[in-house]
Design a binder for this molecule. Structure first.
Ligand code: ADP
Ligand code: MG
Ligand code: ZN
Length: 627
């Protein structure tokens, strides 16, 4: 790390200063009493008694006669001489006369203004420390890349943007987002051959907004555009604009655009633009001055250059709904491209891209992986193959096989694998719990089919039942939701049925949470309860703290009570469904539990074969997308 020595200095300097003063301090006090720091104190009365007994050998007076260090012999210490400190009363002039009379050597030492100096230094320590630290802080930030080391120069030339002369990324490296790619193909032409457009009097658009969830390849796409066009790539994250000091963000925007103009044609990429581009004046307390200034500066800069100067700005966000409408006006980010989570075909293509540079066993079917990973983003898939490669290396294999990939999928979805439990009562209970999920999932027609059941702990879970999700289903029916609720209740229902009410465990906590969430949504969002087709809650999480404070509760207390009743009714219904199934299939459940404890994992096919010996398994409609 390049900065580490500065950080070190930042901390050692104050420490050194403190150390210095502490050392000075002890030095001074030591001096004040002529290095005879007498730690033992003695009362004035005792001192007089010592004088009477002729045991005082010498007296040194300090602080204008207020303190004395007395050398005296001590009978308790076999008359060894000893230094004692005495606080003298102010009115004791007769003491000097008496010392003189008795011929005791005494000396008076001048008032050293040590106390005052010490106090002054004490007062100075803090400001000195503060100034010192600030100084180093500024030094440090001024030495950030792109900045000359002028001290105290807030915000200037400290733009935190990165510049890549060549990104080296091409459209081929981005897969599964064909629509966005098509949309952006044109941007490449804007950058490469602007004449084609200007010749016919067309104004080249300035900004494109990429909208999509995290990890779907927005940054990658922006880099690919720069790569295809062969222009430099400037990038900054919206959150880096906004700092503690007002005005820093605005000056960073200015710097960024200045540098970009010098390097035109080029591409500016602003990641997380929602960090600066939120609606102005939203939320509690009005707005954020710094952010607004930054946003204003950004708008000004975008208006300031003509579309034909060869700069294209690409911004990315996953919250287009919170953006200030001024950003979306024509002449700014007037084009939008949606970069969505990939579908199964997209996933397959992304897997192909990332499999290119890995040694993968030819027997591996990327198609199967694509099927197993609905909901995975491009970044998840890249990570998945990487995890698989790491596993392969750890197992000292030459090629990545399906085994490693499946392990990696499990790991990405459910966390690290733990060590299996030893056979015990709680292992049996977990086995019943999981088989409960699996049997309900198998026997309820609308439920997704079981993929496997396992007792190998993973992440938080002691055991897991995996279902093969129905690929890309657009809409979910009420009976599908009920089936999921019953399936989630299967675990707890089996515990109750087999071990009794008193023995149920905390293992069902997650299941119940899921059930409650689904049931609540059925009631409040989808109109699937006796309350009727009402939408009682909007789905968006809050965007600004307090922006919807005023319109918070859309329903009365009375409705709230009814919602709770309905949620309960739905959960109860699912519970009943599950318990009935468990009760009616105890035989096969017991057999499956024994098998699971023996084998730790049962896969879906085998599971269904065994169940089929005892019951009829309803035909499931699995949508199998064509590839
Ligand atoms: P975002 O900016 O949308 O959050 P990134 O572009 O940073 O996502 O993606 C992170 C990584 O995930 C990329 O570097 C790439 O390895 C992988 N990735 C994401 N989407 C794709 C995709 N569509 N095609 C290929 N790789 C992808
Ligand atoms: Mg990104
Ligand atoms: Zn469970």
């Amino acid at each position: 790390m390049k900065l580490s020595w500065r950080v070190l200095l930042l901390w050692t300097l104050p420490a050194l200063i403190i150390g210095f003063f502490l050392w000075q301090g002890t030095f001074n006090t030591a001096n004040a009493f002529g290095n005879n720091t007498a730690s033992t104190r003695m009362t004035y009365g005792r001192f007089l008694a010592y004088l009477d007994a002729h045991r005082v050998q010498s007296v040194d007076l300090y602080e204008g006669g207020r303190t004395a260090i007395v050398q005296a012999t001590d009978p308790q210490l076999s008359d060894r001489s000893q230094l004692l400190r005495v606080d003298l009363p102010l009115q004791a002039p007769e003491l000097i006369a008496r010392l003189r009379n008795e011929g005791i050597p005494f000396a008076s030492h001048p008032i050293q203004n040590n106390g005052a100096i010490w106090g002054l230094l004490g007062n100075l320590i803090f400001p000195i420390l503060l100034i010192g630290s600030l100084f180093f802080l500024f030094r440090r930030s001024n030495n950030m890349p792109g900045g000359p080391g002028q001290a105290m120069n807030f915000g200037k030339s400290r733009a935190r943007f990165q510049m890549e002369a060549k990104t080296g990324i091409m459209f081929d490296d981005v897969a599964g987002v064909d629509e966005a790619k098509e949309e952006l193909q044109e941007v490449v032409t804007f950058l490469k051959q602007p004449e084609r457009f200007t010749a016919v009097g067309a104004k080249i658009p300035k900004g494109v907004l990429l909208v999509g969830p995290p990890g779907t390849g927005k940054t990658l796409l922006a880099k690919a555009i720069a790569g295809e066009a062969g222009v430099p790539f400037f990038s900054i994250s919206g959150s880096e604009f906004v700092e503690m000091f007002v005005g820093v963000g605005a000056s960073r925007v200015r710097d960024l655009f200045k540098k970009a103009k010098e390097n035109a044609p080029c591409l500016i990429f602003i990641d997380e633009i929602d960090a600066v581009g939120r609606q102005r004046g939203a939320g509690i307390g009005g707005g954020n001055d710094e952010r607004e200034q930054t946003l204003n500066q950004l708008l000004t800069e975008m208006d300031g250059f003509e579309g034909n100067t060869g700069i294209i700005i690409i911004a990315a966000t996953n919250r287009p709904d919170v953006l200030d409408s001024a950003l979306l006006r024509p002449g700014r980010f007037d084009r939008q491209a949606i970069v969505d989570a990939p579908d199964i075909k997209g996933r397959l293509k992304i897997l192909e891209v990332h499999a290119r540079n890995k040694k993968i066993d030819p027997a591996v079917s990327l198609e199967t992986i694509a099927r197993r990973t609905p909901g995975f983003s491009g970044a998840d898939l890249a990570n998945l193959l990487n995890e698989a490669a790491i596993l392969t290396a750890r197992r000292r294999k030459e090629l990545v096989t399906m085994l490693e990939i499946n392990d990696a999928v499990d790991r990405v979805i459910a966390g690290m694998e733990g060590t299996p439990l030893v056979d015990s009562k709680s292992k049996r209970l977990i086995a019943y719990h999981e088989i409960g999920h699996a049997i309900v999932g198998t026997l309820v027609k609308e439920h997704d089919p079981v993929q496997k059941v396992t007792l190998i702990p993973r992440g938080q879970a002691q055991g897991l039942t995996w279902f093969t999700p129905n690929e890309e289903q657009g809409l979910t029916t009420r009976s599908q939701l009920m089936a999921r609720i019953a399936g989630a209740m299967g675990g707890r229902a089996a515990e109750e049925e087999v071990f009794g009410h008193a023995e149920v465990t905390t293992g069902a906590g997650g299941d119940l949470q899921q059930v409650t969430g689904m049931a609540r949504q059925m009631v409040t969002r989808f109109g699937m309860s006796d309350l009727g087709p009402l939408s009682l809650e909007d789905q968006s999480g809050e965007v600004f703290l307090g922006s919807n404070l005023m319109t918070r509760s859309e329903y009365s207390e009375e409705i709230a009570t009814k919602i709770d009743q309905q949620v309960r009714a739905i959960a109860e219904q699912g519970h009943e469904m599950a318990r009935n199934i468990i009760r009616q299939h105890r035989m096969v459940i017991d057999r499956l539990v024994d098998l699971l404890i023996e084998k730790e994992t049962i896969d879906g096919e085998e599971f269904r074969q065994i169940v089929a010996e005892y019951a009829e398994i309803p035909e499931k409609e699995q949508f199998v997308p064509q590839l």
